[in-house]
Design a protein around this ligand. Structure first.
Ligand code: FPP
Length: 224
């Protein structure tokens, strides 16, 4: 049985869910937040140590301001209301991606990271203003300033995900089969699961089914 340390998720389909069920993309994001809470709870139960959630990409800036502001407000409210609960549950929060939001949101994110930094049950990596290509370019620019040959270890050490093991698996909901500039380096050997359901409809049973499938896969990492 394969052990699972790290699950990465592309939470796709909020907009479509919202339009279909509430006539509003934004209400799809609100519903998606409930699935975020579900997957955190279930990952803790399954003793998974790292959960990475793609919440806002470098490409998502192209969306209308009304949707971006709604998402940032949702995140602000979540942090204000849930920080104590995160701490009580011993959850560590880390942002991957450059924090270039409002002063208020940047501060809140820094505060949440520092208040939870010693927590040990699970680490939630929130990918915000995250793009894998931007991350790799950031790492290469840092490496340019150092001496000696570039190695895989040195690249790893300069990514936003330094000290985080590579994901064992990636789940993408929303019936779309692409990586959308997410963890391109880190997913080199991950098992990938494309799920038809839209993110707000994804439930604990769907999650368990994927985990059980993963556990049965023979992972060779290039060996036989
Ligand atoms: C992709 O669906 C989803 C997002 C860009 C935002 C994800 C945000 C949440 C799940 C809620 C907020 C999270 C936190 C942690 C506060 P989409 O909008 O691209 O869906 P579509 O493909 O149907 O348009």
């Amino acid at each position: 049985m394969n052990p699972i340390k790290h699950v990465a998720v592309i939470m796709d389909g909020n907009g479509r869910w919202g339009l279909k069920n509430k006539k509003s993309r934004n209400l799809g994001h609100k519903a998606g937040l409930k699935t975020v809470e579900m997957i955190i709870k279930e990952s803790i139960k399954k003793k998974i140590k790292f959960l990475t959630l793609y919440a806002f990409s470098t490409e998502n800036w192209k969306r209308p301001s009304s949707e971006k502001n709604f998402l940032f407000n949702l995140l602000e409210t979540y942090l204000i209301e849930k920080l104590d609960e995160l701490n009580r549950n011993n959850i560590k929060l880390k942002v991957i991606g450059r924090k270039i939001f409002s002063q208020k949101l940047n501060k809140l994110l820094n505060y949440a990271e520092s208040k939870t930094k010693n927590n040990k049950t699970i680490q939630i990596n929130l990918a915000l203003n995250y793009g894998s290509k931007a991350e790799i370019v950031y790492a290469l620019n840092r490496l340019k300033k150092t001496k000696g040959k570039i190695t895989e270890i040195k690249v790893n050490q300069n990514l936003y995900t330094y000290k985080i093991p590579d994901p064992d698996m990636l789940i993408r909901t929303g019936n779309t089969s692409r990586l959308s500039n997410f963890l391109l380096w880190q997913l080199a050997y991950s098992e990938i699961f494309f799920e038809k359901k839209l993110w707000p409809d994804f439930n604990s049973n769907d999650y368990s089914k994927i985990i059980n499938k993963f556990k049965k896969i023979k992972r060779n990492f290039g060996n036989i």
